[in-house]
Design a protein around this ligand. Sequence first.
Ligand code: FAD
Length: 825
Amino acid sequence: SSRVVIIGAGIVGANLADELVTRGWNNITVVEQGPLSMPGGSTSHAPGLVFQTNVLKTMSLLATYTVDKLLSLEKDGQSCFNQVGGLEIATTPARHHDLKRKYGWAKSWGIPARLLSPQECLKMHPMLNKEKVLSGLYTPTDGLALAARAVQLLIARTRKAGVRYLELTPVTGIEQSDGHVTGVKTPNGTVAADIVVSCAGFWGVEVGAMIGLPIPLLPLAHQYVKTTAVPSLAGRNTQPNGASLPMLRHQDQDLYYREHGDQVGIGYYGHRPMPVTAASLGPTPKDVNEKKMPSRLEFTPEDFAPGWKESREMLPALQETEIADGFNGIFSFTPDGGPIVGQSPTLDGFWVAEAVWVTHSAGIARAVAELLTTGKSQIDITECELSRFEEVQLAPSYVNETSQQNFVEVYDIMHPLEPKQSPRNLRVSPFYTRQLELGAFFLETGGWERPHWFEVNAALLNDLPASWKPGERDAWSARYWSPIVAVEAWKTRTAVAMYDLTPFRRVEMFGPGAVDVLQRLSTNDVSSGPGAVTYTLLLNDHAGIRSDLVVARIEEDLFQVGVNNAVDQTYLAREARHQTKRNPNRWVQVRDITGATCGIGLWGPHAWDVLSSATADDFTDKGLPYSCVKRATIAGIPVTALRLSWVGELGWELYTTADNGQRLWDVIWQAGQPCGVVAAGRSAFHSLRLEKRNISYYNEMTTEHDPYEAGLESAIKVGKKGFVGQDALEQRAKKPVSRRLRCFTVDDGTSVLLNKEPIFHDGLVKGYVKNAAFGYTVGKTVAFSYLPISVSEGDTLEIEYFNQRVTATVVPWPVVDPQGHRLHG
Ligand code: FAD
């Protein structure tokens, strides 16, 4: 097998060695700067609370696997997981409400959980102050990871299997040749490798810097204390670190608790963020111990004071105790709170698995091992991808600010649409001035300011026909929403609207090999044209959907490719590099043109009237048929026009360079006035897209799904051979699917779903809401979910929204214009 070097023997590195060995790889070296018995990283002092339920399915599944694995890791009859259960309590009405949402996620992800009354909370955790608790969420399978012990057992087990460990050996550099990693440098010489995986925890930035790879994580100190013995706990736990009460989260005050024998451990996130630079900690000493390790800084009692005061109120028995020991322990935070996992975009064979909690450690290690050995992780880890960040998000100032914010918000109740407060206005489209004038309500994604609706359209609310009037919303779904969205949807379906497409990522692929690379990666035939626009899927080797692209062939050797994210771009660029190396005559280059260009989606039954009054170029069905691209001019402005519509109406995507952007907007806006053109935002776009079942990668499908399950057979070119995933796809085609993406509408016509809610059929959870939006055209919420094949059209489902059930009906899709007549005007 490949020669692998793992940097770091924390909970991630040790698990990775183990997962690779389990998969038959045997040429593995773990290089650790500290002593193996206690390396001195975050794992060495982690109190190890594992709460599995997370808003993200991926994170929950990673945690569930970690629990299973630690339970199976035994020595002397003791496993590495103390399954005491986890109790999260609410002390505010908002948290009480939010626990119901979280209970829904637990059901969606298959984690057993129960909502508890205050009395039940008290029974479960008698130390609680009954005056303070409103309710609780209890998860019996949560518990305490014995992380440092697990590392020792994993080291012993993998050593037996032949893994080599080099302790007290810092990696000081990365060797490479011809774009591929070849080894790591240490003071004792080079260790050769085909694959290097940095599991360096909060030292990740320093290791990344060895190859010029920015790692967007920030080490932050986080306070943890142990009290003196609590009299009422005396004799309860036999082990010094033992625990039998459920671990407790008191998120309203940024606190968590566990037992350590008859002492109580308290973790606190309520203090000021305390950023650290790993490099400033100096080399790891040889004599690391409990009190002296690089990841442990001096306790600052003044920062803990509010947490201590609150703890003594919440757990009154602590009034009989003092703080026996406290420290400021370091671990990693990231701009979006997720781990950082994946291969370097530019250096093949160099991987990272960092900013990983103990909670997700074994899950992440398994995912990386699977990716290395088979090319596919059974849990989709798109949300953890190293390459997911935009360039502006890699700037140290951005990482600093947003990771600190993440620390502050770690226990906060976050709405799925809630934008960052800061930094804002990092990236704006050339239409920004006009959008401001129209009263755009902006939310932020990937650094882009994106209008969700325009206040100016409020004037049209009075004209809105009764059948389009949206109902009252509950307080949660009414956040980041306005009834104006209904106006914009209505105008798009009945007149014409302008959508800002600028933030949708676009790359140019050019060179004689461009078509080769795209054909090799695509399920569809993207070789027609010039002039053709093709929707295609990208699969992994196992026929899971890794992305979808809109490929516009502008010239023989020039494609404009609509990609989903930076991960796609990294993938295309890597494949282009390999192709160019293999066959220099068929070279290809990939260039991000998103910021250098801008785009308007001009859609609606009157789109033709608008465009034809602004240009003499031929935009008829003959001049630019559906799913075609051409270069044209509009009032003298050069544009690349794609005849496509995400919202399912007649119209075009019109792209131009950034310098021409504002004028293009103005020209179309002027031409649209007689037709009542409106500017429309992301909220209407989202709703209209789902009504038309224009599904897209990540939102409605991931590597967990294949094209047959997603109902995207039309994106596979019949008879096409030799593309990535083709063999596996052929095998899948032979077997009937066991689940399918289904569309359903909520019966009462008013209830709104956001997504991730559990779905019941015949009384059992059969799936979860993959995506949903209120469909203004049909006057109902329209939602999508992968459901077992036994669920049929016409069946009734029950969806649980904040612990309340609403009924829904499985319907044929799309719910608007199934024949697609509207696309042709
Ligand atoms: P580490 O354990 O830091 O391991 C990285 C290793 O890499 C280190 O041993 C280091 O010496 C080595 N290394 C670095 N650079 C080099 C180099 N150049 N050459 C050789 N070796 C190198 N998580 C939870 O899930 N639940 C909790 O309750 C919890 N509580 C926490 C409480 C505190 C106070 C702290 C500080 C953290 C807590 N965490 C918790 C977070 C958790 O501890 C970490 O996220 C996790 O341990 C990280 O594991 P790791 O293997 O990635 O990193």
